[in-house]
Write a protein that binds this ligand. Sequence first.
Ligand SMILES: Nc1nc2c(c(=O)[nH]1)N[C@@H](CN(C=O)c1ccc(C(=O)N[C@@H](CCC(=O)O)C(=O)O)cc1)CN2
Ligand SMILES: [Mg+2]
Length: 281
Amino acid sequence: MTAQLIDGKALARSMEAKLAERIRALPRKPVLAVLLVGEDPASRVYVRNKVLACERTGIESRSVHLPETATEEDVIRQVRAWNEDPTVDGILVQLPLPRGIDAQRVIETVALEKDVDGFHVGSAGALMTGREGFRPCTPSGVMEMLESIGYELRGKHALVIGRSNIVGKPMAMMLLEKDATVTVAHSRTPNTKELALAADVIVAAAGRADLVTADMVKPGAVVIDVGMNRRPDGRLCGDVADDVRDAAGWLTPVPGGVGPMTIAMLLVNTVRSAEMRLGAK
Ligand SMILES: Nc1nc2c(c(=O)[nH]1)N[C@@H](CN(C=O)c1ccc(C(=O)N[C@@H](CCC(=O)O)C(=O)O)cc1)CN2
Ligand SMILES: [Mg+2]
């Protein structure tokens, strides 16, 4: 069996086109404020890709780049200024932040109604309790990908590998909300292979290349690769080994899978925020 690929880039582009229509119906452009602190090269790429996606869609982005030497107070001051600016719909603080800055404190400073990354404890609590709120972009993008192939999660076994606040934990909640039976494995789980072999859906989000291999995958399973790793030769790869293509029924590629969907969902959250602020929804 060769897995069918779920083309995240194509799905992201089609979502952008739909968003562009919603934006045209608004009295002004939605505004996304983007804060980058320091010189992390990957973060610079991601921020640039977010700004470009905004441009394609008709969202105005306002980026501020603070130096590596910026203090926690500098970062918080900028976030507060955007909180108070009624023309800003969404606030994004690119992670990771430089050492010495308490990322959680910064995130908690973002106004809940502008938390388009969905990382605020209030947004996390809303997801946990099934209430309306902004949801983290990567797991939301995964849910869109599953929906795009018409996958019915009810009663299925889903294994999430990784327990981060931005991917693993919210991913488990979203799968649970769709009536999947959800297991979360992590670096201290002794029997991840056994759990994986029983899973209909595997979401690999541990940040380790070749973590999921073909011998761990039930034939025909859906394998979602959230990993973003570099091989020694510089090539980008996910957490899922190449040979999984021969075992899985569906597979998301890296690059071109979950990554572009993460950015698309950020745009979705920003447009939704603007619609709420402008009374359109
Ligand atoms: N404030 C946030 N910080 C971080 C988030 C986030 O959602 N909000 N997630 C990740 C990084 N990330 C977005 O910020 C992100 C990573 C990768 C991609 C992506 O499209 N990747 C491409 C490949 C890009 C490359 O060549 O390097 C792909 O998969 O095709 C999008 C978003 C951590 N920080
Ligand atoms: Mg882990």
